[in-house]
Write a new protein. Structure first.
Length: 197
């Protein structure tokens, strides 16, 4: 049996510019830059956003070199492909910063679980309902689980009213996301925050 070693997929190539050596990782992104662009003709946009027209990729690379910037293919599916003369490092930094900002603004919804038993006391139930209310106020979903053990399994359907009571007591702040469902030894109910419009 032959064991093959796994090697990293990064391939480095040394690009010799007029006065400096630049090491660049060829698969750093899905965008094609400089010598990777081999299209016969492209539509070129200048560094300040002006349209420079349709030309060959070699002419565009020459213009980019003269401006001491990179030629980046920004719309590969267009006919002809659209390339722009920009500072590639700065462009990548801006994209990463925008993605980070978008992730910050994105709200993650967690599912919080509240476990109940069929012989739960009324005060304990009220405590569980108040903690569910706090979870819903924070924007999380709540999974209410009613667990059965042993002989309690014979009375599963008779104890559905416990979950229905929880849903009624939270009706002012929550709506039923998924109705009561039996999953093995448990009955589950999903609640989400009521949207105000």
């Amino acid at each position: 049996m032959v064991i093959q070693k796994a090697f990293p997929l990064f391939l480095y190539d040394k690009q010799v510019d007029s006065h400096i050596n630049v090491w660049r990782c060829t698969n750093i992104s899905e965008l094609m830059i400089n010598e990777q662009i081999r299209d016969r003709e492209i539509r070129l946009i200048g560094e300040h956003g002006e349209q420079l027209g349709i030309m060959s990729a070699k002419e565009a690379q020459k213009l980019a070199r003269e401006a001491d910037l990179d030629l980046v293919k920004i719309a590969p599916t267009a006919k002809p492909p659209v390339c722009k003369i920009i500072d590639y490092g700065k462009y990548r930094y801006e994209l990463a910063r925008k993605e980070k900002e978008a992730r910050k603004k994105q709200k993650t919804v967690e599912i919080k679980e509240i476990r109940l038993s069929p012989n739960i006391d009324e005060n304990d139930l009220n405590t569980k309902v108040s903690s569910a209310r706090k979870f819903l106020a924070k924007g999380n979903k709540v999974k209410v689980t009613l667990r059965f053990r042993g002989r309690e399994m014979a009375h599963m359907q008779a104890n559905r009213y416990i979950l229905e009571d929880v849903a009624k007591s939270l009706a002012d702040v929550a709506v039923v996301d998924r109705p009561i469902k039996q999953e093995g030894r448990t009955l589950t109910l999903f609640l989400t925050e009521k949207r105000t419009q």
